[in-house]
Design a protein around this ligand. Sequence first.
Ligand code: PDD
Length: 313
Amino acid sequence: MPSANAMTDSISSSHTAAPAHHDPLGSLAASICFLDGQYLPLGQAKVSVLDRGFIFGDGIYEVVPIYFRRPFRLDSHLARFERSTREIGLASPLTRAGWREIIDTLVARCGAEHQFIYWQVTRGVARRDFAFPKDAVPTVFAMTTPFARPGAVQREQGLSAVSRADERWLRCDIKSVSLLGAVLARQYAAEHGADEVVQFRDGRLTEGSASNLWVVRDGRLLAPPRSHYILEGIRYGFMEELAATAGVPFEVREMTLEDVRSADELMLTAATREVLPIVRLDGAPIGTGRPGPIYARLRAGYDAAIEALRSPS
Ligand code: PDD
């Protein structure tokens, strides 16, 4: 009989030893992140296994694009973050000035022209109990990653998507780190050779796994209503502004799968994807199967807003 220790050793070595080449962070390991008051390399940032983010997915996050080393629409992201924390009864541990300072520091240390900042706050480390702990200190984490903006292939050829029933929880308006529903949805797209899912709740269009969706019909830009069934993207309001500037009528409307299939154009928006055309749904073309004219006008407005962040030379 092996000793208890030997058992433990053999179990731990056979279950946790990673292959010698296992290097999940790769070059990211050296990039600077922020964790609980300190700047340190990502590869050295460690959180307790009892962190409620790890145990329950009990936390809130944000993703903000940085262009020409300047945050894009940061105030809106900060406001959404504060709303999300309020909705889950988590006191935001930093002021807006505090977040700005962390973001500015990470952006400067990374140095890349375009980046995106990811930050999250969890309810902290505590004994495993579903109800909120009384004295836990929120865990604060932020990192930045160089941002390869969507390139010519995605812009000019467009994306493909597959439709799917929306199986996520009912508070999709909260930007929670509990993202299993989104993970399963995106994996479904990947397994079907598609870039994104187009989700429907009770037959009504909601959103992608990590993007908002836009339909064009008869020259009008249509979007599902803001509600707890979708996350109101920071690009939701921005697209309304772009449409107004481009003279494209905008309308909020419930839509069915048939409405989407028969649309003239379909698009998605997200911090990391900006605005991109979806030209195929479930293997069939949307409209002409090519990026459409309304997309081109909105994309031009989007690019101009980014270009406005370039420092005057
Ligand atoms: N996701 N809906 C969902 C479910 C999302 O996860 C996102 C963004 C959006 C678009 O929001 P915004 O325009 O503010 O990026 C809509 C981010 C990019 C992510 O989780 O990585």
